[in-house]
Design a protein around this ligand. Structure first.
Ligand code: 7JE
Ligand code: MG
Length: 221
């Protein structure tokens, strides 16, 4: 049977990347998806925004919704300090398996845990089953219509604290209008838009950062 695009991306990484070098895995995926087959990785332009927000958050526990091939998991995990971790939720078993191998090639398997399932099923398990107290950083990049309900679910499960930072991909293209409406009208969040471009394309896109109760966090220090 023909290989999937995601399997071809893994083949390219396995053949071309330097084992244990996250930067070389990132560059290999970006090169492959720019030159051969477009794929929905966050990409290097929006990836640089992701890097800056992760460095600002300096998370002990980070969550990603939508692992896909593991590209953004590697971008996040490569910036994490020792004894800190990234949990990433993926419902598609083929994506999860490919991401696991690509994250292994990057040498980041110790820092990244792929949780297989739907976000709405896994999020309520994070505290008890995955020993999460609160989340310092959340990257939303799964189904766009799940951004708002899953943000509400994270709140309901008591997983967000004062100063928790959310970052959402694809605010313009494909777009996440319900999320934008919800988060920008919610007084508990301070929102910032970061204009950019769709991965590997000249199409406009943007990322949205939302910090929970920033003032309160600031007052603590
Ligand atoms: C519930 N749950 N829990 C875990 C979980 C995990 C997944 C999968 O990882 C998954 C599968 C398919 C689609 C997505 C969302 N991503 C996108 O749809 C997207 C599209 C484009 C784009 C842009 C231009 C085009 F022409 C076509 C697609 C550019 C982008 O950056 C994207 O992120 C995510 C899904 C639901 C999940
Ligand atoms: Mg995306």
């Amino acid at each position: 049977m023909d290989q999937s695009k995601e399997q071809r991306i893994l083949n390219s990484v396995s053949y071309n990347a330097v084992k244990g070098d996250p930067e070389s895995v990132i560059n290999c995926i970006d090169k492959y998806c720019s030159q051969y087959e477009w794929a929905m990785n966050v990409g290097d332009e929006k990836g640089t925004i992701l890097d800056k927000v992760v460095e600002e958050a300096d998370p002990s526990v980070a969550l990603e919704l939508g692992t896909y091939c593991g590209y953004s998991a590697i971008r996040i995990a490569r910036l994490l300090k020792p004894n800190t971790r990234l949990l990433t939720i993926e419902f598609n078993p083929e994506f999860a398996s490919i991401a696991k191998e690509i994250i292994e090639i990057a040498g980041l398997s110790e820092k990244v845990t792929i949780l297989e399932g739907h976000s709405e099923d896994i999020i309520p398990q994070l505290k008890k089953k995955y020993e999460v107290e609160t989340l310092d950083f959340v990257f939303l990049d799964h189904w766009k219509e799940r951004y708002a309900p899953d943000t509400i679910l994270l709140e309901e499960c008591g997983l967000l604290r004062k100063g928790s930072i959310l970052l959402a991909d694809n605010i313009i293209y494909p777009g996440a209008p319900e999320f934008i409406k919800y988060i920008r009208s919610n007084k508990r969040f301070e929102c910032t838009s970061y204009p950019s471009h769709l991965e590997y394309m000249k199409v406009e896109d943007a990322m949205e950062k939302a910090v929970k109760d920033p003032g309160a966090a600031a007052m603590l220090f």
